[in-house]
Design a binder for this molecule. Structure first.
Ligand SMILES: Nc1ncnc2c1ncn2[C@@H]1O[C@H](COP(=O)(O)OP(=O)(O)OP(=O)(O)O)[C@@H](O)[C@H]1O
Ligand SMILES: [Mg+2]
Length: 273
């Protein structure tokens, strides 16, 4: 469990990116933070692995304040998938995936074997292992980013708009892969996006944020869609636009998101029950 306790972050030039934010993030499920640009999503994520230090308040993992753990150690046990994959251009795909295991002292051969396994897990051909990031498509780079985030087998995975930079078809594929992976792995995932459809598709729980990381609503997709907390949330999720009304329907192989015309938008992640 990850807990934010009255967390505030004011950057040095005066912007308060996050103001008195409280949230409990349950283990072994996906919590999605969704909100428009600049509302503080990345700041929230980075306070979990201490890439950003809160001005006040605390972030706890299983009851332990992360401030008590050296940042380097913390980052080696928390997977972090950066926006636009964040790959190191001078390292091959396999070397990128194996970065954290190598830092953790895993011998080169074992780290490479693990990297190849992870490439398979995220749907990348292992023949690409010795290519450089610039020799991959955007979608392939994003998969490498996910593989790298999983490399140290972390219990916690932070994902910052990991599918933002690809076309809608590849994006849909990556989303389905993540749903499949998460069914298999059951990590504690915090996923950041500004796309409400992606939030409803991937989130067991969705947190809708306004500027300053002010929480507008927290709930399962079903709860938010069936009872938006206010007009702003209703507008944000598109509930006021007839053609975009979404609801969740039970289908033979799981829960699906359906629009007003009966078009299926995707499969929902299992909520672990
Ligand atoms: N290092 C920094 N120094 C000063 N201000 C910052 C810094 N990082 C972020 N901010 C400011 O804090 C606010 C929140 O930024 P943050 O990056 O957390 O937003 P975000 O929700 O991730 O946005 P986006 O969707 O565009 O990625 C913004 O106003 C931003 O300009
Ligand atoms: Mg951001």
């Amino acid at each position: 469990m990850i807990e934010f306790r009255r967390v505030t972050k004011t950057y040095s030039e005066g912007t308060t990116a996050v103001s008195e934010f409280d949230l409990v993030v349950p283990s072994h499920q996906t919590t999605v933070l969704v909100g428009s640009s600049g509302c503080g999503k990345t700041t929230l994520l980075r306070m979990v692995n201490r890439m950003v230090e809160p001005t006040s308040g605390s972030v706890e993992i299983d009851g332990e304040d992360v401030a008590n753990e050296p940042p380097v150690q913390l980052r080696r046990r928390i997977g972090y998938v950066m926006q636009n994959a964040g790959l190191l251009p001078h390292l091959t795909v396999a070397e990128n995936v194996a970065t954290v295991p190598r830092l953790n002292g895993v011998p080169r051969r074992d780290a490479r074997r693990r990297a190849l396994e992870l490439m398979e897990l995220v749907g990348l051909e292992t023949a690409m292992a010795d290519r450089y990031p610039s020799q991959l498509s955007g979608g392939q780079q994003q998969r490498v980013g996910v593989a790298r985030g999983l490399a140290a087998d972390p219990n916690i995975l932070l994902m910052d708009e990991p599918f933002g930079a690809v076309d809608p078809i590849v994006r849909a594929e990556l989303q389905q892969e993540l749903i499949r992976l998460q069914r298999e792995l059951g990590k504690t995932v915090i996923f950041v996006t500004h796309d409400i459809d992606e939030a409803f598709l991937l989130g067991d729980e969705v947190v809708i944020l306004a500027q300053g990381a002010r929480k507008l609503q927290v709930g399962t997709p079903n709860e938010i869609i069936s009872a938006p907390a206010n007009d702003f949330v209703a507008a944000f999720i598109g509930a006021d636009r007839g053609k975009r009304q979404l609801w969740i329907s039970e289908a033979p192989n799981g829960r699906v998101l359906v629009d007003a015309e009966g078009r299926i938008h995707g499969t929902l992640a299992e909520d672990g029950q």
